[in-house]
Design a protein around this ligand. Structure first.
Ligand code: AHR
Length: 519
């Protein structure tokens, strides 16, 4: 007899917690495979509708997500990128080999001006990642000057000669990338000193205030985070951290297996599915670990944790260049995104920004393009359904569950996954509740006790598919799309009780959002 899966969820709608920065919904665009070329940028001579080479269908689709910031040009590419090669007349720009990604020739046609134009079209704030691995302090300092200085200076004159009069606003600046690996294979203390040095010469110019982000750890490398925090505050928590850099990054990818056999994006077993979601939910324990280390040196959470690379990583689609990291995207990927956002919301005090890898045609993409065709992935729809959480205040959800866990795997690979995930927020009286049922085959009933306010005008949306591997593709772009959802009932309350009872029936492998007003 199947176990009844139920949960009780208590939410105090009148006790808002930390603000969920909109920057947790940030994106990442690297010179990798078809993310920039073919994805964002097709060149001004393309038949595909474009503005100065930037694909307009891509821009239109992404504008619906309210993308708050876009990280560029890498990733590993950032530490081999020399920005002066990417300015000026396109036919005079030097070429280079993209040694990290497919060993292909990069013509530098998409450079600083093109990136800033893209951000303007998207309405996104730029997050520029500088080169520490193979660049110089001077090169990075001059890039900041070129982008953000006003008045008269050598870099301002160069920018004007290239057609841009006014400085841009660049709020976010990365000091290298993965310095422990492709960014120079450095040891933590050595890189921490370099981060302090490079950051010193990334000046705040013309009223532009930089949020400098040091290249942080991956996964559970807490020692790396500690070295970066110690470099800001050698005396520990009794002191305030020094402000050389304001944020520290973290990279965490969700895999269902080891790096050498990550598995197919579309062809996977139920065990693979549960293992993947367990790996995604591990983000919670990983963020808690890094936050604990940071708390030791910065009890006031002045230094932000920036998860500027996250998402699923599968084997590339058969027949595609292994260096291009092109993968399909199923409902499984969408549910990875929804539970990851629940984790980010819960860590909103320390985690100030995040960037999914990557926006178009690479890894866990929002959009896949094939020639002039464009496909919105299931992950895209999670970003769209969740956008009401941007800059809202997190509401703690106290969950008590029964029968909502799943055992998977065997022997050493055995694990247990909690299959229900919920988060909620409120912004200017707008309530948004996000619920994910990860169970592949069973529904779950969630009984909410929404306390401290009257909740009205509830409407629901659902993202699901006939099977966990449901996905969209050219020719069938709307196989997995959100639909309206009415699987909830609002219960009457006895006279005098302040609050609302709400019962939600979540179908298997589904993501649901409920939006309403709190009075
Ligand atoms: O996102 C793909 C790559 O993953 C990035 O270039 C690198 O930073 C990470 O290892």
């Amino acid at each position: 007899m199947p176990t009844r899966r139920t949960a009780r969820a208590v939410v105090n709608v009148d006790l808002p917690g930390p603000q969920i920065s909109r920057h947790l919904y940030g994106h990442f665009a690297e010179h990798l495979g078809r993310c920039i070329y073919g994805g964002f940028y097709v060149g001004p001579d393309s038949d595909i509708p474009n503005e100065a080479g930037i694909r307009l269908d891509v821009v239109e689709a992404l504008r619906a997500l309210n993308i708050p910031n876009l990280r560029w040009p890498g990733g590993c590419f950032a530490d081999e990128y020399h920005w002066k090669d990417g300015i000026g007349p396109k036919d005079e720009r030097p070429t280079m080999i993209n040694t990290n990604w497919g060993d292909v020739e990069e013509n530098n046609h998409f450079g600083t001006h093109e990136f800033m134009a893209l951000c303007e079209l998207l309405g996104a704030e730029p997050y520029v990642n500088g080169n520490v691995g193979s660049g110089t302090v001077r090169e990075m300092s001059e890039w900041v000057e070129y982008l953000t200085r006003d008045g008269d200076s050598p870099m301002v004159r160069l920018r004007r000669a290239n057609g841009r009069e006014a400085p841009w606003r660049v709020p976010f600046w990365g000091i290298g990338n993965e310095a422990w690996g492709c960014g120079g294979n450095m040891r933590a203390e050595h890189y921490a000193d370099l981060a302090r040095r490079y950051a010193t010469y990334c000046r705040d110019q013309a009223g532009n205030k930089l949020y400098r982000i040091a290249a942080g750890a991956h996964d559970r490398d807490y020692a790396w985070t500690e070295a970066l925090m110690k470099a800001l505050n050698p005396l520990g928590c009794t002191n305030r951290p020094r402000g050389y850099y304001q944020g520290i990054s973290l990279h965490y990818y969700t895999l269902a297996g080891p790096w050498h056999a990550k598995g197919s994006a579309t062809d996977f077993t139920e065990d693979d599915y549960y293992r993947t979601l367990a790996a995604a939910r591990a983000m919670d324990e990983i963020l808690a670990g890094h936050s604990r280390v940071m708390d030791c040196y910065d009890s006031g959470a002045q230094v932000g944790l920036v998860v500027d690379e996250w998402g699923t990583w599968w084997d590339v689609e058969p027949g595609t260049n292994p260096g291009f990291l092109f993968q399909q995207n199923t409902l499984r990927d969408a549910l990875v995104a929804s539970v990851t956002f629940d984790v980010f919301h819960q860590h909103a005090r320390r985690v100030v920004m995040a960037n999914i890898a990557q926006t178009v045609n690479v890894l866990q993409a929002m959009l896949l393009t094939e020639g002039n065709q464009l496909v919105r992935t299931p992950t895209y729809h999670v970003f769209e359904m969740n956008k009401g959480h941007q800059d809202a205040h997190n509401l703690s959800v106290h969950l008590s569950t029964e029968g909502t866990s799943r055992a998977y795997g065997e022997g050493e690979l055995r694990g247990e996954l909690e299959t229900l995930s919920v988060s909620a927020s409120v912004k200017d009286g707008d309530l948004l509740v996000s619920l994910t049922n990860l169970d592949a085959g069973e529904p779950v009933t969630v009984n909410f006790d929404l306390r401290g306010g009257v909740v009205a005008d509830l409407t629901g949306r659902i993202l699901t598919a006939a099977a966990i591997d449901g996905h969209n593709r050219p020719g069938e772009p709307d196989a997995v799309v959100p639909a309206s959802f009415d699987g909830f009932t609002v219960a009457d309350r006895e006279a005098g009780a302040f609050g609302v009872g709400l019962t939600v029936e979540l179908p298997p492998h589904s993501f649901v959002t409920l939006a309403g007003r709190v009075g």
